[in-house]
Design a binder for this molecule. Sequence first.
Ligand code: MRU
Length: 349
Amino acid sequence: MTEFKSKIRTIEWVDTFSRMVDQTLFPYEFKYVDIKTGDDMFDAIKTMIVRGAPAIGIAGAHGVVLYAQELKNLQRDEFIKKLLEKADYMATSRPTAVNLMWAVEKQKEVIKNSNSDVNGIIEELKQNAIKLENEDIEINKKIGAYGAEVVPKGATILTHCNAGALATVGYGTALGVVRSAFANDPTIQVFADETRPRQQGARITTLELTMDGIPTTLITDGMCSYFMKKGMIDMVVTGADRIAANGDTANKIGTYTVAIAAKYHNIPFYIAAPLSTIDISIKSGDEIPIEERSHDEVTHINGKAICAEGVNIINPGFDVTPHELISGIITEKGILRPDYKKSIAEAFK
Ligand code: MRU
């Protein structure tokens, strides 16, 4: 299989700090920002300068290194105690994507298992963060290769939100599948849902696919069933923020609606995600915490109100697609199929 070369690197550890693309500026600017303190990393995750489940996982791992650097003058025992507290705090910067908790936990294991002095622990945390970064790209390429096998020739693939290079360290999960398929079949194309309220589909997915020369059509969220009925969508692939042990999947709000429409029109609906997005500690999607975000995201676009003042607002950031609607979960270990309780348990053996 030909390898697709994506130009995008979303986040990277550089010497003593974290460098990331500032995703709040899209589509107007493509600019890197350097994050140099743990608290700034917490804010970068919370305010979505960095976003997307795998990317915020790596950001969390970087954040632990930043806190470690700040605490370096403490005595070893005190350093460890304070750093573990800071790591737990970092993991609360966003609640739904489990990759954040997963990556912070990986850093906590380094801290707890180390026999080194303070400087040694900091170095080990740095090396572990860089390892997680590199692994993320490798995992996405594997997801891409497995996913490409189920993409029909000349397919139009619908995606929701952004599960691309910009939601990961690079390459992407759902868009990794697109990239891998496109490498061998340049006749495939993407339909990208706008993804209100924060418009990750419009602002981010169209930007990164266009940068990489992949034909893309932007549609608004309500249009998907119209195009499905017309036979213009061959498959759906989205990412995930947390997958329960039974396959129920939390992803960006609106994903559930797309999955229902796909089922009705007999169109395969796939989730593409690394195993680090699967939370085997929870039985079903009912246990996934759903982030409630600021009301301004719904009431305003680009600082301008789009509704009557004082109207009631609810703004959940994610929804949960029940496992019955999912044709397969594309992971680095292959495509998991129903019965998900069994295939997920098997993937973790
Ligand atoms: O709120 P966001 O932009 O962080 O939400 C992102 C998504 O929902 C993505 O689809 C998900 O994190 C998968 S990213 C590979």
